[in-house]
Design a protein around this ligand. Structure first.
Ligand SMILES: CC(=O)SCCNC(=O)CCNC(=O)[C@H](O)C(C)(C)COP(=O)(O)OP(=O)(O)OC[C@H]1O[C@@H](n2cnc3c(N)ncnc32)[C@H](O)[C@@H]1OP(=O)(O)O
Ligand SMILES: N[C@@H](CCO)C(=O)O
Length: 491
C-alpha cells in the first residue's frame, strides 16, 4: 500500500427511514445506501466533498479493502496530498440507487415479497439517484457541500445536483459527461440491453439464486460499451493488429487478434462484478437523463448557483468535447461562474479514470480557488441612514475602518459611507448622512470567486465591497487588504 493512500477502508451502510418518491411517481421503501468516507468532517461541517461514480462504479472510490489487490476506482486523485485531499476534505462516495454494490437495486430483497426485486424494481432516474444521495448527506448534518465531483454518469449526477439542490454546494466538477444523452449514446445502451434480455438465462430478470445467470448477454453488453470507453488511437497503441496466442492467421472462425482477446477479458471480468438487471436499470437512467427544459439547456440550468468546472477529454467520442462546451455555454448564458478544461489524452472516455497528472492539477486548482466567503469579514460595523455624519466619523476613527455599510433595521444594504464621503461632507458643510453616502453601492456575493472579485474591484477602482445575500441582506465585507494578505500567504 502506498503511503499517499487513505489506507484500509470499509463500506458502510445507511438505511433511509422514509419512502422515497421517484420521478416516475412510484415510491421505494427501505432503501439502503452503501457508502465510504475518507478524512474527517470538520466542526463547521463545511469540508465535505461528494464523489459520484460512473456506470459500473461503486462506493469504494479510494483506499484498500482488506486483502484486495487493487485500490478503489479513483485512487489516483483521492488521498493525502492529492487533489481530493483526505487530510483537508471529508470525502463521501456512495453506490447509486439501482446498483449492485450494497445500495438498493434490482438484486435487493423486495420487502413486499421477500424475494429479489428483479424487474419489479421501478425505473429510476439520475434525479432519483441524487435524491437518495441527498438523504445520506443530510444524515451527516451537512448543509452545504464544499463540492460535488463526478465523471461520466457521475458527471450527470453532479449536474443534476447543481440543478436539484443549487444551494447545497459551493463548487461542482462534471467530467467527461453530457447534460442530455444523445441518440447515439442511447443506441449503444439499447444494444447492450438487448444483448442481456436476449440471453435465455436472463429469464425475464428471474435468475437470482440459480446457476444460470445471463453471463453471455452481460459480457457482450460490456464488450460493446467498453469499445466506446477507448479511442481508436489507444486501441492501436495497445494492440495494433497483433495476433493473440498465434503466429499467423489460421483462416478459421477462432479468435485472431489481441483486441478480441482483450474485449473478451473485459466482458468476462465484468460479469464477475456486476448484475445484469442493474445494468438494464442504470443504462436506462442514463438514457432518460436530460436537463433541458422546453428543449433549452439554458432554461434547464437557470437556477445553478455553484461555481462549476467542466472537463472534457479530447479523444472521448462517447461524450465528446462539444457536449462539455454545450454545458459551458448554457452556464455562461446564465451568468454562472464556470470554467472549462480539456484533458489531452489518447485514452478516450476512460481518461477520467487514468489521467492522474492532469486531473490532480485541474481539480486541485479549481478546489483551492478561494471564494469571498473564505476571506470576508463578518463582524461588520454598520450604520443606519438616520445616523449623523459625526457618528460615522467617530466610528471610522475609533475602529480604524474606511468604509461603513449603511443598512436598514432589517440589515438590508442601502448604501455605503466612506472616508472620501466624509471629506465631501466637510467640503459641502453637510451633516446629513443620506446626502453624502453612496447610494448606488457596488456589492458582491459570498460565493463569488476571489479572482473575479479582485478583478472587479480593480476595474471599478474601489478597495472594499459589501457582501450581500439574495435578499440584499449584508453578510460581510471584503477589502483589497484581505485579498493582498492571501496573495502574500501564497508567496
Ligand atoms: C468509473 C467508476 O466509477 S468505476 C468503473 C471503472 N472501472 C472499470 O471500468 C473497470 C474496467 N475498465 C477498465 O479496465 C478500464 O479500461 C480502466 C480505465 C479502469 C483501466 O484502463 P487501463 O489501465 O488502460 O487497463 P486496460 O484497459 O489496458 O486493461 C487491462 C486489463 O486488460 C487485460 N488485457 C490486456 N491485454 C489483453 C489481451 N490481449 N487479452 C486479454 N486480456 C488483456 C490485462 O490483463 C488487464 O486485466 P485486469 O484488469 O484483469 O488486470
Ligand atoms: N469505465 C467506466 C466509465 C463508464 O462511463 C465505467 O465502467 O463505469
Amino acid at each position: 500500500m502506498k503511503k499517499e493512500s487513505v489506507g484500509v477502508v470499509q463500506t458502510k451502510y445507511y438505511n433511509i427511514e422514509e419512502p422515497i418518491e421517484l420521478e416516475s411517481g412510484k415510491t421505494l421503501d427501505n432503501i439502503t445506501v452503501a457508502y465510504e468516507t475518507y478524512g474527517e468532517l470538520n466542526r463547521e461541517k463545511d469540508n465535505a466533498i461528494l464523489i459520484c461514480h460512473a456506470l459500473s462504479g461503486d462506493a469504494h472510490a479510494a483506499g484498500w479493502h482488506e486483502g484486495d489487490k487493487k485500490p478503489g476506482w479513483w485512487e489516483i486523485v483521492i488521498g493525502p496530498g492529492k487533489a481530493l485531499d483526505s487530510e483537508k476534505y471529508f470525502i463521501i462516495c456512495s453506490n447509486v440507487l439501482g446498483g449492485c454494490k450494497g445500495t438498493t437495486g434490482p438484486s435487493s430483497i423486495n420487502p413486499k415479497t421477500g424475494k429479489e426485486y428483479g424487474i419489479d424494481f421501478p425505473v429510476i432516474t439520475i434525479k432519483d439517484m441524487v435524491n437518495v444521495q441527498k438523504k445520506l448527506v443530510d444524515a451527516f448534518g451537512i448543509d452545504k457541500l464544499a463540492a460535488v465531483v463526478g465523471g461520466s454518469m457521475g458527471g450527470m449526477q453532479t449536474l443534476q445536483w447543481i440543478v436539484s439542490y443549487p444551494e447545497m454546494m459551493k463548487k461542482a466538477v462534471a467530467i467527461a459527461t453530457t447534460a442530455r444523452s444523445s441518440p447515439q449514446q442511447i443506441a449503444f445502451n439499447e444494444v447492450g440491453r438487448q444483448s442481456i434480455v436476449g440471453d435465455p438465462n436472463w429469464n425475464g430478470g428471474n435468475y437470482y439464486g440459480t446457476d444460470k445467470i445471463p453471463k453471455e448477454g452481460l459480457s457482450v453488453a460490456r464488450m460493446i460499451a467498453h469499445i466506446t470507453y477507448l479511442s481508436d488511437e489507444s486501441m492501436y497503441l495497445k494492440f495494433g493488429r497483433d495476433l493473440q496466442d498465434k503466429d499467423e492467421i489460421t483462416y478459421d472462425l477462432s479468435m485472431d487478434f489481441q483486441v478480441e482477446s482483450y474485449l473478451h477479458h473485459q466482458g468476462a471480468s465484468f460479469v464477475k462484478r456486476f448484475d445484469a438487471n442493474s445494468y438494464l436499470y442504470i443504462t436506462k437512467a442514463v438514457d432518460l437523463f436530460d436537463l433541458a427544459q422546453n428543449n433549452s439547456l439554458i432554461d434547464g440550468l437557470k437556477d445553478v448557483k455553484a461555481k462549476v468546472e467542466i472537463i472534457s477529454v479530447d479523444s472521448d467520442w462517447l461524450y465528446p468535447v462539444e457536449q462539455g462546451t454545450e454545458i459551458l455555454t448554457a452556464l455562461n448564458a446564465n451568468d454562472v461562474e464556470v470554467s472549462f478544461s480539456e484533458l489531452k489524452s489518447n485514452y478516450g472516455h476512460d481518461a477520467f479514470l487514468l489521467e492522474k497528472g492532469q486531473l490532480n492539477y485541474i481539480l486541485s486548482k479549481f478546489l483551492s480557488d478561494n471564494i469571498v466567503e473564505d476571506l470576508m469579514i463578518t463582524d461588520v460595523v454598520t450604520i443606519t441612514e438616520q445616523a449623523q455624519i459625526e457618528e460615522a466619523a467617530k466610528l471610522m476613527f475609533n475602529l480604524n475602518v474606511t468604509h461603513i455599510p449603511v443598512v436598514t433595521n432589517g440589515k438590508k444594504l442601502i448604501g455605503i459611507v466612506t472616508s472620501w464621503d466624509l471629506s465631501k461632507a466637510i467640503a459641502t458643510n453637510s451633516n446629513d448622512l443620506k446626502e453624502i453616502m453612496t447610494k448606488t453601492v457596488k456589492f458582491c456575493h459570498a460565493d463569488d470567486s476571489i479572482e473575479s472579485t479582485a478583478r472587479r474591484m480593480r476595474k471599478l477602482d474601489i478597495s472594499c465591497l459589501p457582501v450581500v445575500d439574495d435578499d440584499f441582506k449584508l453578510k460581510g465585507i471584503i477589502s483589497t487588504d484581505q485579498i493582498s494578505h492571501l496573495v502574500s500567504e501564497y508567496r
